[in-house]
Ligand binder design. Structure first.
Ligand SMILES: [Fe+2]
Length: 135
C-alpha cells in the first residue's frame, strides 16, 4: 500500500489538475520510498528537487487558469502556493547543507499540506474552472 493514495474526495473537477495532483502524490510516495528503503541521501535530494520543480510547474498552471477566468480568490490562493514553495525550498537548502534529514515529520507535512490545500483551497475553484476546456 502506498504512503499516500489519490481518491475521488480529492477531485477538483478539472481533469488536468487531478492528473497533476496524482503526479504530485506519486512523487511524495517516491520520496517516502526513498526514505523508508534507505536508498541514501542522493535519491532523497533528487526526488525532493523534482517534487519542488513539478510543484512550481503545477502551481503556475493553476494560477494561469484562475487568472484567465478572473477567479476572485486568486491572491489568497497564490499566497498559499508561495508559502509552500518557500517551505520546500528552505528544506532543500538545509538538506543540501546537511543540517536536516528527511523524516516522517517531513512526509506528514507534505501529505497533510497537499490534502488540505486540495480540499479547502483548490476545490473552491471547481465551480469556476470545472468542465471547461483547459488550453
Ligand atoms: Fe492550488
Amino acid at each position: 500500500m502506498a504512503y499516500f493514495d489519490w481518491n475521488s474526495n480529492l477531485s477538483v473537477g478539472v481533469d488536468l489538475f487531478d492528473a497533476h495532483h496524482k503526479k504530485l502524490i506519486d512523487l511524495i510516495n517516491e520520496l517516502h520510498e526513498a526514505m523508508a528503503s534507505g536508498k541514501g541521501i542522493e535519491k532523497v535530494k533528487t526526488t525532493v528537487t523534482e517534487l519542488a520543480r513539478y510543484t512550481k510547474y503545477h502551481f503556475a498552471e493553476e494560477e494561469r487558469r484562475m487568472q484567465q477566468e478572473n477567479y476572485p480568490a486568486l491572491d489568497a490562493h497564490i499566497k498559499e502556493h508561495r508559502a509552500f514553495v518557500t517551505q520546500v525550498e528552505d528544506f532543500i537548502a538545509k538538506l543540501e547543507a546537511g543540517s536536516v534529514t528527511i523524516s516522517m515529520g517531513v512526509m506528514s507535512f507534505l501529505r497533510n499540506w497537499l490534502t488540505s490545500h486540495i480540499q479547502k483551497t483548490d476545490k473552491q475553484y471547481s465551480a469556476v474552472l470545472a468542465d471547461k476546456k483547459v488550453a
